[in-house]
Unconditional design. Sequence first.
Length: 109
Amino acid sequence: MTSDPGAKSAEFSAEDFPALQDFLGAYFHEDFMDEYGSPEAATKQFCEDAAPEEVKQTLHEWRSLYAQLKGRPLTEWQATLRKLGGAWQIAALGDIVRVGEILAKHTGK
């Protein structure tokens, strides 16, 4: 018996990611490209605005989400981020990695 390729996706629950819901809803809204210019700039602004513990929790949830979606198609990432309140139309999977790197840099991890 083979495993279901959609099984990873079925494990996702937005309620497990409250910090990401706050982050994506506030910084990756419909007009975030007009406001910030790039996903990197939006993430850096979040890191400047948020309390250190908030950034740390967001990084923890980002890494958890990444582990769940690693290797999944870009369309699945976009659908998941929409479920979390973001409107980001991801151009490349590298952008996802870069957001995590910026969060990590600001937490020292």
